[in-house]
Design a protein around this ligand. Structure first.
Ligand code: NAD
Ligand code: DAU
Length: 342
């Protein structure tokens, strides 16, 4: 089996590449990644001597490159995306290019190459937001609220259209919020951990009451592999974790795990259009793919904190780069208006 993974130098992609090479000893992986600010070859340094792995530096919008790479590929797993909601609020341009145009370009190239399987890694954010009750199933209407979510929903619909129009053998997974090793510290869990370890203020949007449904990246990767091997073309599979938590409770748990003080918490002005709650019903994936999450939340959080503690160089390289500038533009004004925890 020869698999083209896009975005394999990012957080979930890097976890997936390593997971698949370990789980499927006869599979080969070609990793196509543009190495944006979120792509990091340090995530894959362990594979430098792995003969079943090859990295290609390139863009999913580059049709000529895709036409060279796809012949002989048995499956595409498409992670490559602009993935951060807050950045999409600052400027959505790259989201439309990579997430929408890039997905269609990859679909077209895979159709021409007659690639037998194409899995699109989508997100629960395409469904929009929930109140305190209820869960999203695969037949819930799509109602994305942020530019990021709208760009993923557009791509998700283009994948659906490729099946209905061309009978292209595509599948879609929609996962809830991931956490684990290699996550870029713009996202909430690694942001809280790295700030707690450094004794820096922790920005919590609004009152910290928004709820997320967390899944460990390893469990997400297992779900993607299960869908790739056993999913039905044209179908969508929700991959949600078992754990739902409001943001403030999550910060408190992470502060306990890192040994840092609650005095670091700063309540800052909210994200515009902040979705209140996500919750996925993954019954279909459990029933039809025989998949379920295995990582207990406390254990997964503890392992994630340990990973960031043990990789100070990885963190320092990111925090020395363009991230510093992004952090300023996203948080300087907010932190100036912050309230501390009582
Ligand atoms: P990430 O931002 O950490 O990584 C994205 C990767 O894509 C990077 O390596 C980047 O260099 C690459 N990339 C960006 N533009 C590219 C382009 N034009 N061509 C080639 N490569 C490009 O993202 P992540 O958190 O690992 O998310 C991966 C996928 O999973 C995304 O599609 C995201 O929408 C989806 N997803 C993420 C979560 C989550 O909680 N992080 C949950 C559900 C779904
Ligand atoms: O649900 C799946 C989605 O989860 C993925 O599709 C996205 O790629 C991924 O980024 C993630 O989106 P969120 O917006 O939910 O994740 P984020 O880590 O940015 O925020 C998680 C929660 O924490 C959210 O309620 C906003 C809040 N938050 C976030 C940041 C960065 C804060 O309170 N303060 C912060 O500084």
């Amino acid at each position: 089996m020869r698999v083209l993974v896009t975005g394999g130098a990012g957080f979930i992609g890097a976890n997936f590449v390593q997971y698949v090479l370990a789980q499927r000893p006869d599979w080969e992986i070609l990793n196509l990644d543009a190495l944006t600010y979120a792509g990091n070859l340090e995530n894959l340094a362990a594979l430098d001597a792995e003969p079943r792995y090859r990295f290609v530096h390139g863009d999913v919008c580059d049709r000529a490159l895709l036409d060279q790479l796809l012949p002989g590929v048995d499956a595409v797993v498409h992670f490559a995306a602009e993935s951060h909601v807050d950045r999409s609020i600052l400027d959505a341009t790259a989201f439309i290019r990579t997430n929408v145009q890039g997905t269609q370009t990859l679909l077209d190239a895979a159709r021409q190459a007659q690639t037998p399987r194409f899995l699109f890694v989508s997100t629960d954010e395409v469904y929009g937001a929930l109140g305190a009750q209820g869960r999203f199933t695969e037949s819930s209407p799509l109602a994305p609220n942020s530019p990021y979510a709208a760009s993923k929903a557009a791509a998700d619909m283009l994948v659906r259209a490729a099946f209905h129009t061309h009978r292209q053998p595509v599948l879609t997974t929609r996962a809830s919020n991931n956490y684990g090793a290699y996550q870029f510290p713009e996202k909430f869990i690694p942001l809280v951990i790295t700030h707690a370890l450094a004794g820096e203020p922790i920005p919590v949007y609004g009152e910290g009451k928004n709820v997320r449904n967390w899944i460990h990246a390893q469990d997400h990767c297992a779900g993607i592999l299960a869908a790739l091997e056993r999913g039905m073309p044209g179908e969508v599979y929700n991959l949600g974790g078992d754990d739902e938590l409001d943001n403030l409770s999550l910060v408190r748990r992470l502060l306990q795990l890192t040994g840092a003080s609650e005095s670091l918490i700063r309540f800052v002005p909210d994200r515009p259009g902040h979705d209140f709650r996500y919750s996925l019903d993954s019954t279909r994936a459990r029933r039809e793919l025989g998949w379920r999450p295995h990582v207990a939340f406390d254990d997964g959080l503890g392992r994630t904190v340990s990973w960031y503690r043990q990789h100070p160089d990885w963190v320092a390289h990111i925090r020395d780069g363009s991230f510093r500038q992004y952090y300023q533009s996203q948080y300087a004004t907010r932190l100036a208006q912050a309230r501390t925890a009582q």
